[in-house]
Design a protein around this ligand. Structure first.
Ligand SMILES: [Zn+2]
Length: 223
């Protein structure tokens, strides 16, 4: 097994609504919010943890492709099959012994580039029996319009030459191109469904833009 390429995919993530990615409860004393957003401890600026984006990409691709693990099919895919885009890109869940090689994708933390003010969104929880509003819960959100610089590193190995993938536009790809297409589909799905907490209540709408692969226009991103 030999690595044949390391690609760097860069792009901008823009908040199209308030964004809530939860931070540490240690913030309580400082911020006074029940539910603070994650911030860089040095600069106090919000950021997008790479693990959040990566986890959401994986989860959405698993739903799209119908690939889950565990007896109840409610866990991340751990099939370890050579044909499985999830296990190849992200690693086979709880199955370190497989022939797929290391996970191909590294998602860096997204650093704030523009905006970044924090708002407190208060949500009343309605008691279903009495209809009365209970203790309101405040959620911090990064204000709409904030922009973050994102970076994904994609490793390609010689054993990926045999990997094929049909993207959501029904175009088939092979090898290096196929891995890139899985990444692009994952990002499309996050753009459609949102990021962070409270997406069903209007938070977390994000749009991705300015895609570059190794400094050149990335053709797999057509949006
Ligand atoms: Zn799998």
């Amino acid at each position: 097994m030999q690595r044949t390429a390391i690609h760097t995919i860069t792009f901008t993530a823009r908040c199209e609504s308030g964004l809530h990615i939860g931070g540490s409860q240690d913030e309580l004393a400082i911020g006074g919010s029940d539910n603070p957003v994650i911030k860089n401890p040095e600069t106090r600026e919000p950021y997008i943890p790479g693990s959040s984006l990566k986890g959401k990409m994986r989860g959405e691709l698993e739903k799209q492709l119908g690939r889950f693990g565990g007896e109840k099919k409610d866990r991340p895919c751990g099939c370890g099959s050579r044909k499985c885009p999830i296990c190849r890109l992200f690693g086979a869940h709880m199955k370190p012994q497989n022939n797929l090689g290391p996970s191909r994708i590294i998602v860096r933390d997204g650093r704030l580039r523009k905006g970044g003010s924090i708002e407190n969104k208060t949500e009343n929880i309605i008691n279903r029996q009495t209809g009365a509003a209970q203790h309101p819960r405040s959620n911090e959100r990064v204000v709409e319009g904030a922009e973050f610089e994102m970076q994904i590193v994609l490793q390609v190995f010689d054993l990926d030459e045999q990997f094929s993938y049909t993207d959501h536009n029904d175009n088939s790809h092979q090898g290096d191109e196929a891995l890139q297409a899985v990444v692009a589909d994952g990002l499309e799905l996050v753009q459609t469904t949102g990021l962070g907490g409270g997406t069903s209540r209007g938070s977390g709408a994000v749009s991705f833009d300015d895609f570059k692969l190794d400094g050149e226009l990335w053709t797999h991103w057509s949006a």
